[in-house]
Design a protein around this ligand. Structure first.
Ligand code: DGL
Length: 259
């Protein structure tokens, strides 16, 4: 596989566009083929086997398109399918998980109170249980499944301030928010809510996502294989979606350029 081959990036729908735009920002020489599976979204309320089957179908297409690596821009699909995909394909498969370590490390040895917002499937899977096991003795961690936040993005309602704030209050209204040190955005759809979370949370609470860390990891992996695109190569993001309606195409391109 040549270093100028594209990187395949996929998600259950539009959330992974937050990762694709991070790649475009941090690794501008790379070509990204983004696939959103909006016709089958959300993944977070499906069974692990359903999500594995959908993920394999997408990666199979990427391999046919000659990608040099795959980024699973979806915490849910990573929990359900990353290990099986790595066992099957030779190319690097980069996954994502809620950035709980970053949140806990912020305490420099002091107990942190951390909310992890993610999909029901991510929070139910063994991968998350193992992550919790590493930190739960020293920190207070509140896993909060928020499937409604996926649908708002998929339905193009992200700029509907009232709907978004009502939904955030539904999930987070019962927390004593001034005592929370950070909220981990453990779903790539939720990264688009950063400003809304800022409005909801006291200034002292950090909002943490795993996108930058994932792209750093992608860079390290490609560099170690000598597969980084040469400087000055023509990079960019090409978007495809299983929902082929013009509305979804417009929404995807809007999200790619939205703050
Ligand atoms: N964007 C996804 C994630 O990071 C999944 C959303 C869904 O389809 O439920 O977990």
């Amino acid at each position: 596989m040549s270093s100028t081959a594209p990187i395949g990036v996929f998600d259950s729908g539009l959330g992974g566009i937050s990762v694709a735009r991070q790649i475009a920002h941090d690794m501008p020489d790379e070509k990204v083929l983004y696939f959103g599976d909006s016709a089958n979204a959300p993944y977070g309320t499906k069974t692990p086997q359903q999500v594995r089957d959908l993920s394999f179908a997408i990666v199979e297409q990427f391999v046919k398109q000659g990608v040099k690596a795959v980024v699973i821009a979806c915490n849910t699909a990573t929990s359900a399918a990353a290990d099986a995909l790595r066992d099957t394909y030779d190319i690097p498969i980069i996954g994502m998980e809620p950035a709980l370590k970053v949140a806990c490390d912020r305490g420099h040895g002091h107990r942190q109170r951390v909310i992890v917002a993610a999909t029901p499937l991510t929070l139910r899977e063994r991968k998350f249980a193992k992550l919790m096991d590493r930190f739960k003795a020293d920190h207070t961690i509140f896993p909060e499944p928020c499937p409604g936040l996926v649908n708002i993005v998929e339905h193009g309602q992200l700029d509907d301030h009232d709907t978004v704030m009502r939904t955030l209050h539904h999930y987070f209204g019962n927390y004593d928010l001034p005592t929370i040190d950070s909220v981990v955005l453990g779903c790539t759809h939720f990264v688009f809510y950063r400003d809304y979370f800022r409005e909801l949370l006291p200034d002292t609470a950090a909002i943490i996502d795993g996108n930058e860390g994932t792209v750093r990891h992608l860079h390290v992996v490609l560099e170690s294989l000598g597969k980084l695109a040469p400087e000055g190569a023509e990079g960019g993001v090409t978007i495809a979606n299983s929902d082929t309606s013009p509305r979804t195409a417009e929404l995807a391109s809007y999200l790619l350029h939205r703050n």
